[in-house]
Design a protein around this ligand. Structure first.
Ligand code: F6P
Length: 363
């Protein structure tokens, strides 16, 4: 068999800005530098299961670096190892990975590039162990993939969340209110920490540090005493009180990760209003954090990761993901992602910096 003649690429999990920049980087480099044929698999592992794919030519990826979303589509539900074969309210899960692998083999590819978060990359790791040559590229607005300091999409989400916090600031000031901005991130507080600091949040609540409403109320009162008659609280959707639970918005029965978070901001707004007697409002920016054009940083990151992934294919460095460590690209075994989400260490220098400026973490 002639090696290195054809590769395939898929984007899996929740979408994020920068996916198209990654597809473009992989495809252009594969075509221009190595003369490879590139197959785009549609809708993540859903397209693997159903054999939905199409050839990607140079022109298909030209001009897409600025585009949000993914031209290939994605799914944050499909998992060949636990696939819902019935659908609807009463799912029936089956392991159809053997069929998925037959479908992949029928494409006669040298390597499958999986662009995804921990869910997609964990499945990729299993597929690799089952014989599929795979190279991974980490993406997710949550920035919670182990083995890399940063993921594609995180910077864009932080930028969108920061703009929302800036806007919340001016209206909070005018009305002398507590404004709570709830951001995404699942069980990790990266978006909240970064956007909270960039937006000058007075209180930042992250899943890694359970909060006490009374401590936040004290911070609001202390600010009022100093003549600051408003408070900005940035809360991660996965944040939870010391005595209480995480707020679940819905359960997607056939999902790889069925729990969808959301709503902690509203609960906290009523609590703070009750304790302080000061009007409070909550804003949930939700999927806006995943939409629209990627920031220049994400476009560059996606280009760096995408081009390195093609080099890894050239070297047959399969079963690895390209990541970033201290600003430099690294190649890490895919299996590191199975260890679960990357949370913020409690001694993270950014937490220390924020605390030294008087930012309250609710503890
Ligand atoms: O993982 C990305 C993410 O946007 C999380 O921050 C959020 O909790 C989740 O996906 C939302 O999922 P869905 O798009 O299924 O509502």
């Amino acid at each position: 068999m002639v090696k290195h003649s054809r590769i395939a690429i898929l984007t899996g999990g929740g979408d994020c800005p920068g996916l198209n920049a990654a597809i473009r980087a992989v495809t252009k480099k594969a075509i221009l530098e190595y003369g490879l044929e590139v197959i785009g698999i549609e809708d993540g592992y859903e397209g693997v299961v159903h054999g939905h794919n199409r050839r990607l030519q140079y022109d298909d990826v030209s001009g897409i670096i600025t585009l949000g979303g993914t031209i290939l589509g994605t799914s944050n539900i499909a998992n060949p190892y636990r696939y819902n074969t019935i659908g609807g309210d009463e799912p029936e899960f089956k392991d159809i990975s053997q069929q998925a692998i037959i479908n992949i083999n029928s494409l006669r590819i040298d390597c499958l590039v999986c662009v995804g978060g921990d869910g997609t990359l964990s499945i990729a790791s299993r597929l690799f162990k089952d014989g599929v040559p795979i190279v991974g590229i980490p993406k997710t607005i949550d920035n919670d993939v182990r083995g890399t300091d940063i993921t594609i999409g995180f910077d864009s989400a932080v930028s969108i969340a920061t703009e929302a916090i800036d806007r919340a600031h001016t209206t909070a000031q005018s009305h002398h209110r507590i404004m709570i901005v709830e951001v995404m991130g699942r069980n990790a507080g990266w978006i909240a920490l970064y956007s909270g600091i960039a937006g000058g949040g007075d209180v930042i609540l992250i899943p890694e540090i359970p909060y006490e409403p009374d401590v936040i109320a004290d911070k609001v009162r202390e600010r009022n005493k100093r003549g600051k008659r408003f408070t900005i609280v940035v809360v991660a959707e996965g944040a939870m009180p010391k005595s209480g639970d995480i707020v679940v918005k819905r359960v997607v029965k056939d999902g790889t990760n069925p729990v969808r978070l959301g709503g902690v901001g509203f609960a906290l707004a009523s609590q703070l209003e009750e304790i302080t007697g000061i009007e409070a409002r909550a804003i949930v920016i939700g999927h806006l954090q995943r939409g629209g054009a990627p920031t220049p940083f994400d476009r560059i990151l996606a280009t760096r990761l995408g081009t390195r992934a093609v080099d890894m294919i050239r070297r047959e460095k399969y079963g690895y993901m390209v990541g970033v460590k201290d600003g430099l690209l690294t190649e890490v075994p895919l299996e590191v992602v199975i260890e679960g989400p990357k949370k913020i260490p409690l001694n993270d220098p950014l937490i220390q910096s924020a605390r030294s400026l008087g930012t309250c973490f609710g503890d």
